[in-house]
Design a protein around this ligand. Structure first.
Ligand code: SF4
Length: 437
C-alpha cells in the first residue's frame, strides 16, 4: 500500500475550489493499493512518512510556500518522491527544479503515469526528471506534454468536498471543457491546454446528475476557459435548471457569447466582461477579438435581464500600447458607469507568460503609473478599482520566465519583496523582465 499526500500550497479556500485537486484525489484513490489524502497550507505539517507528495502548482506566487513546505516535509518524509504538476509545471517548472524529484507535464486523465511514477517508474512519457534530464530550458523543452484526446467520464470526480468558504461557495464543479478555441496572444491557458476539448452533452448531464447525488452542493459552477463557447451551453443549463432547480454560475463568459436566454438561466448578479484593452485597435492586436459592438450588445442584454452591476477586466502594458489605449480604458469604463448603478474594474499589468505568442515581449514597469492614473480618473466617478500588488506581479513575471538559478534565491529570500529587492540590487531584474531572445 502506498501512502500519498496531495497538497495545495496555499489556503484551504483556494484549494477546495481547485478542480485539479478533486481530479487527482479521485484518480489516485481509485487504485486499490493507494491511499491519498488532501492537505492545504493550514495542515501540511501533519504529513508524515508518505511514499509520495504531489503538489499542484497553480500560481507562480505560491513558489515561496512550496519551497518552504518541501524543505520541511523532506525531514518527516525521508522516503517520499516529490512530484509537481499543474499549469506552472506545464509552462515552466525550472525555478523549482532543484526541489522536486519529478514534474508531470500535462494532464493525467486516461493514463497511468501518476501511478507508474509513484511506483518508481522511470523514463515515463510526459514526466520531467530534473536530475536526469538536466535543468536547462532546452532540456525541459524536450519533454512532450501529455493529455487525453477526449475528456471522458471515468476520471471525473463525482464526489467532491465542498465548503462555503470555497472560491465558488458550496458548488459542484462541472468542467465542461479544457483549452480554448480563441486566439488571445497573451493567454497561457490556450497554449498549455491545447487543443480545445469540450465534453459531450450526455456526459455532462450524467456527471451533474451523479455529482449532485454525492456532493453536498447548493449550486453548479461551470468550469472552462470560455464557457459560452460550448455549443450546447444553453441545453446544458436548461437541463440543470429543469432537473435540479439549482443556481448555475459560469467561471467566465466572453462578451460575444452572452445571450438573452443564457443570462436568464444563469445565476448572475454581476456581469463580468474582459475587454482587456481600451481600444479596438489594441484588442485586435492582442487577438481578443471583442468589438465595442459586442460589449455594447452584452451590456444591453444585461440591462434587459435586470443586471445592474458590471465588472470589467483590463490589462495595461500590453505590446504596442499607447496613451490613447489608456484613455480608452477610462472612457469605456465611464460610459458604462453612466448606464449602470455599479461598475467595478480590475486592472493589472500584462505579464508575458511562457507558451503564449507574447512570451518574448518585455514586462512594462510603466504599468504601475498607468494603473494609478486610471484609478485616480475612475474613482472620482464612483467606479471601484482593484488591482494586485504591483511588486507581486513583477515577481510573478520573473518566476514564470525564470530558470533553475532562481531556486536558491527563492529559498534564501523567502518573501516576494526580499526576493525582488535582491534581484534589483544585483541588477538581475532586466534579465527576466526585458525582451527575450
Ligand atoms: S478567450 Fe479567454 S481563455 Fe480563450 S484564449 Fe482568450 S483569454 Fe484565453
Amino acid at each position: 500500500m502506498k501512502n500519498l499526500a496531495l497538497l495545495y500550497p496555499n489556503k484551504f479556500k483556494g484549494g477546495i475550489s481547485c478542480l485539479a485537486m478533486h481530479v487527482l484525489y479521485h484518480h489516485l484513490n481509485k487504485y486499490k493499493d493507494i491511499r491519498c489524502d488532501m492537505y492545504f497550507l493550514e495542515n501540511y505539517s501533519q504529513i508524515k512518512n508518505k511514499d509520495a507528495i504531489i503538489i499542484t502548482l497553480q500560481y507562480e506566487n505560491d513558489y515561496f510556500n512550496v519551497v518552504k513546505i518541501i524543505e520541511k516535509l523532506r525531514i518527516n518524509n525521508p522516503k517520499a518522491i516529490f512530484i509537481g504538476g499543474g499549469p506552472c509545471s506545464i509552462a515552466n517548472p525550472l525555478p523549482l527544479s532543484n526541489f522536486f524529484d519529478a514534474f508531470v507535464i500535462g494532464e493525467i486523465e486516461d493514463s497511468s503515469i501518476m501511478y507508474d511514477l509513484i511506483n518508481g517508474g522511470r523514463d515515463l512519457r510526459g514526466v520531467y526528471y530534473p536530475e536526469y534530464h538536466g535543468r536547462n530550458r532546452k532540456d525541459f523543452k524536450k519533454i512532450k506534454r501529455i493529455y487525453p484526446k477526449k475528456l471522458g467520464i471515468e476520471d471525473y470526480p463525482i464526489v467532491q468536498f465542498t465548503h462555503p468558504s470555497g472560491a465558488y461557495g458550496k458548488a459542484f464543479l462541472l468542467e465542461i471543457g479544457r483549452g480554448c478555441p480563441r486566439r488571445c496572444k497573451f493567454c497561457m491557458a490556450k497554449g498549455i491546454y491545447y487543443p480545445p476539448r469540450f465534453r459531450r452533452l450526455e456526459d455532462l448531464t450524467y456527471l451533474v446528475d451523479e455529482g449532485l447525488k454525492y456532493t453536498e452542493a447548493d449550486k453548479v459552477a461551470l468550469i472552462a476557459p470560455s464557457v459560452g463557447d460550448y455549443r450546447h451551453i444553453l441545453e446544458l443549463c436548461q437541463y440543470i435548471r429543469e432537473n435540479h432547480n439549482i443556481p448555475i454560475s459560469p467561471s467566465s463568459l466572453r462578451a460575444d457569447t452572452v445571450s438573452e436566454e443564457l443570462l436568464e438561466i444563469l445565476d448572475i448578479k454581476t456581469l463580468t466582461i474582459a475587454p482587456e484593452a481600451g481600444s479596438e485597435r489594441l484588442r485586435n492586436y492582442i487577438g481578443k477579438d471583442i468589438s465595442l459592438e459586442d460589449i455594447e450588445r452584452a451590456l444591453e442584454i444585461a440591462k434587459i435581464n435586470n443586471i445592474d452591476s458590471i465588472k470589467l477586466y483590463y490589462m495595461v502594458g500590453l505590446p504596442t500600447e499607447e496613451k490613447e489605449d489608456i484613455e480608452g480604458i477610462i472612457n469605456l469604463s465611464k460610459s458604462i458607469k453612466r448606464e449602470f448603478r455599479r461598475v467595478s474594474i480590475s486592472i493589472n499589468p500584462f505579464i508575458p507568460k511562457p507558451c503564449t505568442e507574447f512570451e518574448k515581449e518585455p514586462f512594462n514597469m510603466e504599468s504601475k503609473n498607468n494603473i494609478r492614473y486610471i484609478e485616480k480618473s475612475l474613482r472620482k466617478c464612483g467606479i471601484q478599482v482593484s488591482y494586485e500588488n504591483f511588486n507581486s506581479m513583477v515577481v510573478q513575471c520573473v518566476l514564470c520566465r525564470g530558470d533553475a538559478s532562481l531556486g536558491n534565491l527563492i529559498r534564501e529570500y523567502n518573501k516576494p519583496n526580499q526576493f525582488l529587492k535582491y534581484l534589483k540590487r544585483m541588477g538581475l531584474l532586466n534579465k527576466y523582465l526585458g525582451p527575450l531572445e
